[in-house]
Design a binder for this molecule. Structure first.
Ligand code: COA
Ligand code: AMP
Length: 639
């Protein structure tokens, strides 16, 4: 059983969602009150706060300035990769955002138009997002680690009126000029993008394309500040593309009203964070964690948010996180377990902590992948704060299961993502749709309607929204994760039910990688699996069958395949391992047995599936994986 306070709040949220969420929404500024809190046409067709009007940017910035908090730090940019840092007060950030919103307007961007933001972790990315929100434009941020073809897919789906970019991103080992990548993407894309606003970074001065590109600073200078435009609560705030089972990314759509309410509520309830606190999500604005907890939630809540352009290790060392916590007196840190594993690997005894005072830290929150108990224990021992694993996904936008320390601290069970967050009705069903008993693994689903702040649809793809999430178990949202709920109501996430893998906290589609491999002229068939990795949780491993008659050197083909995935999807895929096999294991109906191959790669017992057409193939796969170094011996951290 969860704690009494938590249980009461959860019950209230599910039994009387109208009253519950109306109360949460009152914390925000509404230009026009809603007609109904939750309008339900059917299980699948519902809307939060219809009739209401507000502006998310107003609630994130102007509201605090108007309330007399203009001088408080809103955003602190800390960039070890450039050796710089800068602080923006709420008033300064509002003014910069208003000015850039005016620049967008000058370029003809109107409410409802899409704007793609392809930027590194610089304040301009946050400013561009909020500026879109300010004028009702719909932003779609594309992670800088994606290659031009992935950017092109998003351009063709979102059909932006304009792209905002910077001249480069900076990785510890290299500077990545963005404009050549943008040029390539726009050449591949069918949708024409007439205008790009380019932030020239001092680290990489790049000539702009006449007629297409506009300099960020010149655009701002020529612009008048734009006021916030009140929009319908159901108006789209952003589209964020995430990996599905195929190469076509899914555009998760988030609205203004429900999202702002959920962001505000989650900061207090899940993270126990309050106005004036310093909150740091060490993620990237290109991911949902960055959208929700670098940009929107901390600002809507009136906190100071840290924007960190660096890594947990190597910028310059494994003490980087502790330096930032000390320097800015961070109260709450949110990161992916893989970041802690990277720190732990370099500094197992936590010696860097001796150089910094992290006494301001009240809690560490982990998500993006399962937190292995070893990592949690290490963090608890060295940081001496509660370490909370919590579970959510791009689609939900905020935590579904967590130890809600803003309600009451619950016992921490390492390996579990804790209990249902108020607003969410989590169930575990078997394949026939029947509830499974406590402790039994099944499909994790959420009873509809989902709470405010969750996806309202997939962009341009209402059918895909229904097919992917709603049709499998009528009345429930399918999360795609499998796991169990124990006798105490604690949820443990065990695996995905689809072919999505999680590499260093990044969600990637093996289907997308397979499409790239299969497009190679020498490849007849390809399969990609996620093999356990001690640092990154999982790493992709490819197995390909060459076309008959191909007699090229296999190692050369494999190198080409690695290069092709990097060029098509991006470095972030971490695709470095591929082997050639004579055939792939399949069921009699021709379905590739990826699960069996994954077990072999991980050194797990793998009984020959009854459906396999020829059991000897598994031995061939085992040998091929052994040639690639699988199973790895050091899997303890990811186990
Ligand atoms: N732009 C361009 N390239 C990027 C990039 C970006 N924004 N982010 C990562 N890459 C590149 C890296 O340079 C690397 O390239 P390489 O193959 O040339 O070395 C590749 O993508 C893989 O990057 P990454 O997975 O980050 O590996 P890493 O070895 O550089 O760092 C960690 C390992 C664990 C330190 C790092 O993965 C990390 O900090 N993870 C935390 C993840 C996170 O915050 N997830 C968000 C969800 S909460
Ligand atoms: P993303 O949409 O990129 O945030 O990825 C979401 C997916 O990451 C989830 O569906 C899970 O598979 C996985 N995930 C996120 N958080 C956790 C967690 N705390 N424990 C286990 N898996 C997680």
């Amino acid at each position: 059983m969860v704690g009494e306070v938590h249980a009461r709040e959860l019950r209230h949220s599910l039994n009387d969602p109208d009253a519950f969420w109306a109360r949460q929404a009152e914390a925000l500024h509404w230009d026009q009150p809603w007609n109904t809190v939750l309008r339900t046409e059917s299980d699948e067709d519902y809307a939060w706060f219809p009739g209401g009007q507000l502006n998310t940017c107003f609630n994130a910035l102007d509201r605090h300035v108007d309330a007399g908090r203009g001088d408080q730090a809103a955003l602190i940019y800390d960039s070890p990769v450039t050796g710089s840092h800068r602080q923006y007060s709420y008033a300064e950030l509002r003014d910069e955002v208003a000015r850039f919103a005016g620049a967008l307007r000058n370029e003809g961007v109107e409410a409802g138009d899409r704007v793609i933001i392809y930027m590194p972790m610089v304040p301009g990315a946050v400013i561009a997002m909020l500026a879109c929100a300010r004028i009702g434009a719909v932003h779609s941020v594309v992670f800088g680690g994606f290659a031009p073809p992935e950017l092109a897919k998003r351009v063709d789906d979102a059909k932006p009126a304009l792209i905002v970019t910077a001249t480069c991103g900076i990785e510890p080992n290299r500077t990545i000029p963005y404009l050549p990548l943008l040029d390539e993407a726009l050449e591949i894309a069918e949708h024409p993008v007439p205008r790009c606003i380019v932030l020239q970074r001092p680290e990489c001065d790049h000539p702009l394309k006449p007629g297409r590109d506009i300099d960020w600073y010149a655009a701002c200078e020529a612009a008048e500040p734009a006021d916030c435009l009140p929009v319908d609560a159901t108006h789209p705030l952003y589209i964020l593309y995430t990996s599905g089972t195929t190469g076509k990314p899914k555009g998760v759509v988030r609205d203004h009203g429900g999202h702002a309410v959920a962001m505000h509520y989650s900061m207090g309830t899940v993270y126990d964070s309050h106005p004036g606190d310093v909150y740091w999500a060490a993620s990237d604005v290109g991911w949902v964690v960055g959208h929700s907890y670098i940009v929107y939630a901390p600002l809507i809540r009136g906190c100071t948010s840290i924007l960190y352009e660096g890594k947990p290790v190597g910028t310059p060392d494994a003490g980087a996180f502790w330096r930032v916590i000390d320097q800015y007196k961070v109260n709450v840190l949110f990161t992916a377990p893989t970041a802690l594993r990277a720190i732990k690997k370099e500094d197992p005894r936590g010696e860097h902590l001796g150089n910094h005072d992290i006494g301001s830290l009240r809690g560490l929150y982990l998500a993006g992948e399962r937190s292995d108990p070893d990592t949690i224990a290490w963090a608890q021992q060295h940081l001496k704060v509660p370490v909370v694993d919590h579970w959510w996904q791009t689609e939900t936008g905020w935590a579904v299961a967590a130890n809600c320390r803003g309600l009451e601290p619950l016992p921490i069970k390492p390996g579990s993502a804790s209990v249902a967050v108020p607003g969410y009705d989590i169930r575990v069903l078997d394949d026939a749709g029947e509830p499974v008993p406590a402790g039994h693994i099944g499909n994790i689903v959420l009873k509809l309607p989902l709470p405010p702040g969750t996806l309202s649809t997939l962009w341009n793809n209402e059918d895909g929204y229904r097919d992917n999430y709603l049709s499998r178990f009528p009345g429930y949202y399918l999360t795609g994760d499998a796991g169990f709920i124990d006798e105490d109501g604690y949820l443990s996430i065990m695996s995905r039910i689809d072919d999505i893998i999680n590499v260093a906290g990044h969600r990637l589609s093996t289907g997308a990688m397979e499409e790239v491999l299969a497009a190679h002229p020498d490849v007849a068939e390809a399969a990609v699996i996620g093999a356990a990795d001690a640092l990154k949780g999982q790493l992709p491993v490819g197995l390909v069958v060459l076309k008959s008659g191909v007699d090229r050197d296999e190692a050369t083909v494999c190198q080409e395949l690695v290069a092709a995935v990097r060029a098509s999807i991006g470095a972030v895929a971490c695709f470095r391992t591929v082997g050639v096999v004579k055939r792939l294991p399949k069921t009699r109906s021709g379905k590739v047995l990826r699960g069996a191959m994954r077990k072999l790669a991980n050194g797990e017992p793998c009984p020959v599936p009854a459906t396999v057409d020829d059991p000897a193939i598994l031995d061939e796969i085992r040998e091929a994986l052994a040639d690639l170094g699988y199973p790895k011996t050091d899997r303890s951290a990811a186990a």
